[in-house]
Design a protein around this ligand. Sequence first.
Ligand code: PYC
Length: 308
Amino acid sequence: MRFIDSHTEGEPTRLIVEGGPDLGAGSLAARRDRFARDFDHIRSFAVNEPRGYDALVGGLLCEPVDTSCAAGVIFFNNATMLGMCGHGTIGLAVTLAHMGRIGPGVHRLETPVGVVTFELIDRNTARIVNVPSYRYAKAVGVDVPGLGRVTGDIAWGGNWFFLTENAPCPVDIAHIPQLMVASQAIQDALNAAGLGGDGAPVDHIEIFAEGAPGADSRSFVLCSGGAYDRSPCGTGTSAKLACLAADGKLAPGESWVQESVIGSRFQASYRPGPDGRITPTITGRAFVTGEGVLHADPSDPFRYGVRG
Ligand code: PYC
């Protein structure tokens, strides 16, 4: 299986460019479901230890059904399939350019949750137009062991997020261990209370604090596989924009700079949609970090990765 690795503002992506499972020629959603049902061992093979690591997000490059699209992609992580992935889409844009498949300009990308567009601005910078995003619930309170009452919004940005400003400690690299414990406790409390978005569990937690000069906000993001996002999280930033828009705190077209826990940044803005939803635009940089071939020796007891 041939891959190209990149990172987007610190968050890694492994794009499978050859040798992936045969998922047929159905819609990307049908292919994603087949991937999850019949080839979960391949997901684990591609991103879990010993060939990968918990923070690594995978993308399976697919032929699109819609031939106006430059490519199709199915994103996944160390635990599951992802609806959409913002940093991964920026990584994919830069990787397709590295492969010589696209040049600067606007391109369409088919995903299991719909067609998204992105603009390759230069060899390391891309602007993505994410799926329509919205706030589902405002000021949801949950009692979290060790933290007390935590209040936040539930919003969709291509994945489900709980967004809180009740930071239990400074949001910086030095406090990542505490932020991991706190965000996992919030996640567990939300699950235990049955609090989700539109019938689905919330599987990403965002804790916000004041940004450094030049940034509007800084965030720590816990992802669905239990790793934290090194980037400001494209779908998470989209969920944040949806909440800001719903509160009248950010006007259409106005710039929002979201900083990650490691200090990297996305520049974001939105267009209003017809039904109270917004269409977010996220700009960030990605860099190719390596490429190679993954092997599965039939005698290797961990050929399908170390699985939890
Ligand atoms: O950038 O949307 C994102 C993302 C989701 C999970 C990790 N990164």
